[in-house]
Design a protein around this ligand. Structure first.
Ligand code: CU
Length: 401
């Protein structure tokens, strides 16, 4: 112990000597350097010239910068729409970034970066939100707050709902939409497919300074994309084994899950467009329950042939409603056509005094399987992203896996 203390004292003395030695050496070097500068300055630069140099260093760049912003040529900014995991199952339903400051006369080009469909739509002030099915859209537009402009909506997501094929200009991953903004103002940006996917474009007068450059928005978009695609919340489901519901329900499947996050510019949801789990094992006579746990995204649970046209949105006629509001069907064979129609959370209520309360959403679908077999099913809105599942029914006396 004694020796350890002595050793430490010796080390400290040595350290102090070394540090003070280093400081002295640094001070000497600094003094030499300053003397050299003084000599060079006195020899090479007369005092009158020093003022001119100071002017050149401090004043000229400011003047040039002012001239540049006053005569700025219109600029095209870049942003992205949506993002997805490599298996397309996880989707960021977001404008990335969802808040951009530009000058009047500038344009923004949005690149669509996901297989899930979106629109980039600007609606004058508090004007009506058009049906996405009816928006033809284009790949370039000018928004001056007088008429709605949008990238194409159409029927791309619905595989020919109303018996119509997808429009030839339906947007897919990699397509771009460019909007020019000639007039200063703050414009809300929305996706007609996804209610909570919003943003804002601040269009400033050309004399005002912009807060950020393109590099900033690229970094911000990358950060938001990573956060939305890596969010792991909300995947656990409460475990229960003994209550009455568990005794009558033999399996549960989450039919989509998601969250809505926000920035100062608007809301940015993420969604898992999958059945979790996509394969379940039950016995003949068991009932499986699907629940949609996404705050915004709609899904269907569809066995057999898909209904066409508007019927896609509704339960097939063989589906009934339980007293607790859940939908119920029976799938006895592979030729049964049974579909939940849309199951989705209710839209958010308007604020107090601002309108009527929205009705409860249809978020549960129960299907009983009386006979053994393997029954494939899918979501009619997202099967193109891989939202498909299978119910494997064992005979009554064979325990499921
Ligand atoms: Cu779906």
């Amino acid at each position: 112990m004694q020796r350890a203390m002595l050793n430490r004292a010796t080390i400290e003395v040595a350290d102090t000597a070394e540090v003070s030695g280093r400081l002295t050496a640094d001070k000497v070097n600094l003094d030499r350097f300053q003397n050299l500068i003084r000599k060079v300055r006195a020899t090479l630069i007369p005092s009158s010239l020093r003022w001119i140099l100071l002017f050149a260093v401090l004043i000229v760049p400011q003047v040039l910068r002012g001239a540049a912003s006053a005569s700025a040529t219109p600029q095209t900014w870049h942003a992205t729409v949506g993002a997805e995991s490599s298996d397309k199952g996880r989707q960021a339903l977001a404008f990335l970034p969802n808040e951009i400051w530009i000058h009047a006369g500038d344009s923004i080009t949005w690149t669509f970066d996901a297989h899930e469909v979106h629109t980039v739509t600007f609606i004058p002030d508090t004007g009506p939100r058009p049906f996405f099915q009816l928006v033809d859209g284009s790949s370039t537009a000018t928004f001056d707050n007088s008429t709605t402009v949008s990238s194409p909506g159409g029927f791309a997501d619905l595989g020919g709902v109303f018996g119509q094929p997808p429009p030839p200009n339906a947007f897919t991953k990699g397509d771009t939409f460019t909007v020019n903004f000639p007039t200063a103002g703050n414009y809300k940006q929305v996706c007609l497919f996804h209610q909570n996917m919003t943003g804002v474009v601040h269009v400033l007068d050309a004399t005002q300074e912009l807060p950020h450059d393109q590099d900033f928005y690229d970094r911000e978009a990358a950060d938001q994309r990573r956060d939305l695609l890596s969010d792991r919340d909300g995947r656990s489901v409460a475990a229960c084994g003994g209550c009455a519901a568990c005794n009558s329900l033999k399996a549960h499947v989450t039919a989509g899950i998601g969250e809505i996050s926000a920035t100062a510019g608007g809301t940015q949801p993420w969604a898992v467009e999958r059945f979790l789990t996509d394969q379940i094992f039950v016995r003949a006579g068991d009932t499986v329950e699907w629940t949609n746990q996404d705050p915004m995204e709609a899904h269907t649970v569809t066995f057999g042939t898909a209904p066409t046209g508007l019927a896609l949105f509704n339960p097939t006629p063989n589906v009934t409603m339980d007293t607790d509001g859940a939908l119920r069907g029976v799938v006895s064979s592979l030729t049964d056509n049974v579909s939940s129609g849309i199951i989705a959370a209710a839209a958010q209520d308007p604020n107090s005094g601002m309108g009527n309360q929205t009705p409860l959403g249809l978020t549960r679908f129960r299907v009983t399987f009386p006979n053994p077999g393997a029954f494939p099913y899918r979501c009619l809105l997202h099967d193109d992203l891989g939202m498909k599942g299978m119910v494997i029914v064992f005979p009554k006396n064979v325990p499921p896996k």
